[in-house]
Design a protein around this ligand. Structure first.
Ligand SMILES: Nc1ncnc2c1ncn2[C@@H]1O[C@H](COP(=O)(O)OP(=O)(O)OP(=O)(O)O)[C@@H](O)[C@H]1O
Ligand SMILES: [Mg+2]
Length: 228
């Protein structure tokens, strides 16, 4: 068993926030190839925690270890390589680039890491097909429904074949059928490619596959259950 990511005594506070700490000394280890679900009420710190784990936001105190290296102590250039090549991130608010087409949005992470090549187009179409957005590839995101935009955000996060997918409410805007098909795709990637999933959700029973469930409450993380 390999620990791929570890949160060590993560504390986060924002200046001017009414709560003292959004996260209080949070510890959690993620094993490679596991499905990890974090639930919690609105405002409980889920997105904050995910952003810190995903290398996008410095904690106030504590460390995030990626394969035993303290992520935020690495030089910026190394952090960027890990973020770009090993991590995939689905934002709660999608954060698609409005000026680019869906195809270009999905392709963007490959450009950042200089891995766009002759097979990229095939891979984009494969992913778009699996996610049911193939007919939308040449449109701008603003012409898509919320659920379609969410699926574009998922495709963009997966295009680099990351080791860890961080997904913030990845099915928050989807109907039950589409939501199930997204979960199936993620479960399949977990199974076949050993993709480690760290998913934030309000939904109680998103995954049927064995997973670890955590809940965040008042800045404290608890293990809800472990059915791995
Ligand atoms: N950049 C920021 N500056 C100040 N306060 C912030 C900032 N980001 C988040 N917070 C505060 O931190 C707390 C946790 O926010 P967070 O977005 O992590 O919650 P969440 O669990 O993801 O909620 P939701 O389910 O609504 O998405 C909230 O009280 C929020 O107001
Ligand atoms: Mg959130």
């Amino acid at each position: 068993m390999t620990i791929i990511l570890k949160a060590f005594e993560i504390t986060k506070s924002y200046t001017g926030n009414h709560m003292e700490n959004v996260l209080q000394k949070t510890n959690l280890s993620f094993e490679q190839g596991t499905i990890n679900v974090i639930k919690g009420k609105s405002g409980s710190g889920k997105s904050t925690f995910l952003g810190i784990l995903g290398g996008m936001e410095n904690p106030s105190k504590g460390k995030v270890y990626y394969k035993n290296e303290s992520f935020y102590d690495l030089p910026d250039s190394e952090q960027a390589v890990i973020r770009g090549e090993k991590f995939g991130f689905v934002f709660q608010s999608f954060q698609l680039i409005p000026e680019l087409t869906v195809r270009e949005n999905i392709e963007l992470p490959l450009r950042f890491i200089h891995k766009k090549n002759s097979t990229s187009e095939i891979r984009i179409e494969e992913l778009a097909n699996e996610l049911g957005i193939i007919s939308q590839l040449d449109k701008r995101p603003s012409l898509l429904s919320g659920g379609e935009q969410q699926r574009v955000a998922i495709a963009r996060a997966l295009i680099t074949n990351p080791e860890i997918l961080f997904a913030d409410e990845p099915t928050g805007n989807l109907d039950e059928t589409t939501s199930k098909s997204i979960v199936n795709i993620l479960t399949k990637l977990n199974n076949e490619k050993n993709l480690t999933l760290i998913v934030v959700t309000h939904e109680q029973t998103l995954f049927n596959a064995p997973h670890l469930l955590y809940s965040l409450e008042n800045g404290l993380l608890e293990v809800s259950y472990n059915n791995v």
